[in-house]
Design a protein around this ligand. Structure first.
Ligand code: DOR
Ligand code: ZN
Length: 336
């Protein structure tokens, strides 16, 4: 059994900077055509110069691979229309973090009063710049995403022409919101399609599965699987692959993030097969839907996977992937 994926896209990816960038960027650039690159560096990517310089560092780190880093800015409510017009050709989206909600998000948004956001969001809406949101409140950890849904709905209602992407959704509440508003979209990670909170903390604590938003209940995972496997047209694959050094994960005060980029396509193929789902839907989930939603035409790249066991490495230069040491039933055979 084999499957050929055309121009796979990762619509939510952390590539980091400096040495980590040189370790992880080539891994994504080899098997994906492109990815939406998260801006939560220290300091965050928040000017045209930052975007151009970071893009260059990414391109320098991937050698000859053909790969498009779709760049993002770190949302600030102070962005003016003039500023956005000047930067729009260099970015594909803007990422909004509530302040302090996750890694390097301290400079994020501290309130969601529409009037405080109107100028920037009206301009983004007019210019056709999508808004990607990390949708969590500061509430109880299991409820943070569901509590954020009314904010998604308020934004979707007030800015009906703005494309709002609910990033890395983990709950049935977000899946339900998707079907209430035509301008709401979502990315779903690999790990949230596979694990629940039980896998993270139900037995011995698994730091390499700890992330924000935390994995939720079985019924939430079922809801995510339903829309991913059926390739819901407003749902895309976004790995949220978020590498941290092994020492930062296997530590008190474990950093949040699951590193999945190098195993994502293989494990997705296994997941779709296990669920008796057509690989046509996998093609839509990992590329076609994103092309339609973002209006992008990715570099042509074909990735052929075959049903052959692949043992996930223990680490990639000191960065531990999800499922390290375990076997996945699909291997990447060739990339062209
Ligand atoms: O687990 C996470 N890690 N969630 C995020 O939102 C950010 C990411 C990171 O940058 O490490
Ligand atoms: Zn992320």
């Amino acid at each position: 059994m084999s499957i050929t994926l055309r121009s796979p896209l990762d619509m939510h990816l952390h590539l980091r900077d400096a040495q980590m960038l040189t370790i992880v960027a080539p891994l994504s650039a080899s098997s994906f055509s492109g990815a939406i690159i998260m801006p939560n560096l220290i300091p965050p990517v928040s000017s045209k110069e930052d975007v151009l310089a970071y893009k260059k560092r990414i391109m320098d780190s991937i050698g000859d691979s053909s790969f498009t880093p779709y760049m993002t800015l770190f949302f600030k409510p102070t962005y003016t229309r003039d500023f956005l017009e000047s930067v729009q050709d260099e970015i594909t989206a803007i990422k909004l973090y509530p302040a302090g909600i996750t890694t390097n998000s301290e400079g994020g948004v501290s309130g969601f009063e529409i009037d405080d956001l109107r100028e920037t969001l009206d301009a983004m809406s007019d210019l056709g710049i999508p808004l990607c949101i990390h949708g969590e409140t500061g509430g109880f950890v299991m409820d943070r995403e569901a509590e954020f849904v009314p904010i998604y709905e308020k934004l979707a209602t007030n800015f009906p022409k703005l494309k709002i992407i609910m990033e890395h959704i983990t709950t049935s509440a977000s899946v339900d919101a998707l079907d209430k508003f035509d301008n709401l979209y979502a990315t779903i990670t690999l790990h949230h399609l596979i694990i629940t909170l039980d896998d993270v903390a139900g037995g011995m604590l698994q730091p390499h599965l700890f992330c924000k938003p935390i994995a939720k209940r079985p019924e939430d995972r079922e809801a995510l699987l339903r829309v991913a496997l059926s390739a819901h047209p407003r749902v895309m694959f976004g790995s949220d692959s978020a590498p941290h050094p092994k020492e930062s994960k296997e530590a008190p005060g474990c950093a949040a993030g699951v590193f999945t980029a190098p195993i994502a396509l293989q494990r997705l193929a296994q997941l779709f097969e296990e669920n008796n789902t057509s690989f046509d839907n996998l093609q839509k989930f990992v590329s076609d839907n994103a092309q339609e939603i973002y209006g992008i035409t990715p570099i042509e790249k074909t990735v052929t996977l075959s049903k052959k066991e692949f043992t996930v490495p223990d680490n990639y230069d000191g960065v531990v992937p999800m499922s390290a040491g375990e076997k996945i039933s699909y291997t990447i055979d060739s990339i062209s």
